[in-house]
Design a protein around this ligand. Sequence first.
Ligand SMILES: [Zn+2]
Ligand SMILES: [Zn+2]
Length: 169
Amino acid sequence: MRVERAEVERRIERFKAASRDAGVKLTHQRLEIFREVAASLAHPDADAVFRKVQRRMPMVSLDTVYRTLWLLNDLELITTLGPRRDSVRFDANLEHHHHYICVRCGLARDFKSAELNTLRVPEAVKQLGTVVATHVEVRGICEGCAKKKAKKSSPGVRKQRQEEERGKR
Ligand SMILES: [Zn+2]
Ligand SMILES: [Zn+2]
């Protein structure tokens, strides 16, 4: 799934302007890495970005992809989601939005909600520190995974699988 071309171009213009303002050198590699995140609706992690850009730029390293993604994050051109730094995922949609996450395959999709945008943060949170942003993560099992599960548990397929397993031994 890809982002509309006009929106990708807007994001790239923003990237160029931010790089100029911050005095960050605009290299071909950085541009291609950003383009990959900017055009994806999948909220890719560093590995996924690396695999994609590697097809166009065989010389790029995973380390460069990591450093560039965190640079883009520092420039506030992308945001992150996910609790752990090693499996963090990157998002170039900077409009206020929320996420649907499949707990089985990790699919991540954006959705908008005026109601959730105005969510009131409890006082207890404000005592912990200032609030920069709020976003809601809805977790579930996506359509694709639900279908796969249904197929797997049908008796015909199960039998075939058992036979395959036996064949391997
Ligand atoms: Zn899924
Ligand atoms: Zn998002």
